[in-house]
Design a binder for this molecule. Structure first.
Ligand SMILES: [Zn+2]
Length: 299
């Protein structure tokens, strides 16, 4: 009896121990993996191949998100440019009512713009079937091309409006350096330093160090300084919010406040600042916003 009783006490002990241990074990079994999943994400439970696919898709999605972000930035810039143009056109209309008739735009220039607007709206995004990755790539490429064309159209219209406005005689139309420019340098391009796309606000003229840089119009020097990005830079104000900038110079030949005439040598070509080789970085700005210099050099 005594033996049986002591055994039953032992059994009761085991039972209690089991009752205490089972929840602890259950907790260890279920809670611990759960917290691990929380830490490492659901991917911890997936087979390696699927994990790689997900990581791959994420990389692709990130790339598309970046491209779409760039397109969004470009659209915002175009919107701002359209608003500026509308303002310019409005001002022009007010000024010319008693002098001239309506603006003389070629339909050649305005028509493609209208078509692009429709293209942009109709868009490849309205698809009955689900979009595949090549579809998406094609859509982005198409949109980029449309934005490019619109960018160019707007710049041409802007130049035409300005050339018919009260500013026409003040527009900087001189050639700043006797060298050919890199025509793809103005606008959206791959930044040689960051590798990302950025708006390059000037036109680059590769030329030998020491080549004379000349004022594109009469004006007053508003800056002749060294900056980390532009290197040695000369800024000339031409009045009415028009300004030209000549950057990366090796040598500055004018100082702030100096009056300069069109064609006067103001600096020498160099490679100072954020530059990969000797060239002139030339900008035309109207109220701080960059204009496409290519549209003003052909005069
Ligand atoms: Zn440049």
């Amino acid at each position: 009896m005594a033996k049986a009783k002591s055994l039953s006490v032992f059994q009761a002990g085991l039972l209690i121990a089991a009752l205490v241990l089972v929840p602890v074990l259950l907790t260890l079994l279920f809670i611990t993996p759960n917290s691990e999943i929380k830490e490492r994400g659901m991917r911890a439970l997936l087979p390696q191949q699927l994990k790689n696919t997900i990581i791959d898709s994420q990389v692709h999605l990130d790339a598309y998100a970046k491209e779409l972000g760039e397109l969004q930035a470009r659209m915002m810039r175009l919107d701002a440019q359209s608003q500026r143009l509308a303002k310019l056109a409005g001002e022009k209309d007010k000024q010319v009512t008693n002098v001239n008739v309506k603006p003389k735009f070629d339909t050649k220039d305005t028509k493609p713009l209208m078509n692009l607007e429709l293209d942009g709206r109709g868009g490849p995004l309205i698809n009955a079937r689900p979009m595949t990755e090549p579809d998406l790539q094609a859509a982005i490429a198409e949109l980029t091309q449309a934005v490019d064309a619109r960018d160019d159209s707007l710049s041409s219209i802007e130049a035409k409006i300005l050339q018919q406005s009260v500013l026409k005689d003040m527009l900087p139309n001189g050639t700043p350096v006797s060298a050919a420019y890199n025509s793809s340098s103005y606008g959206w391009r791959i930044d040689p330093f960051t590798g990302g796309k950025a708006f390059h606000e000037g036109l680059d003229f590769p030329a030998n160090t020491g080549t004379p840089i000349r004022a594109a119009a009469d004006g007053i020097v508003s800056e002749a300084d060294h900056t980390s990005d532009y290197g040695n830079i000369v800024k000339i104000e031409h009045g009415a919010g028009l300004e030209t900038r000549y950057a990366h110079a090796s040598k500055l030949l004018v100082s702030v406040g100096e009056r300069v005439v069109k064609g006067q040598e103001v600096a020498e070509v160099g490679s100072t600042g954020r530059s990969t080789g000797p060239h002139l970085h030339y900008e035309i700005r109207l109220n701080g916003e960059s204009l496409d210099p290519r549209k003003y050099l052909q005069n």
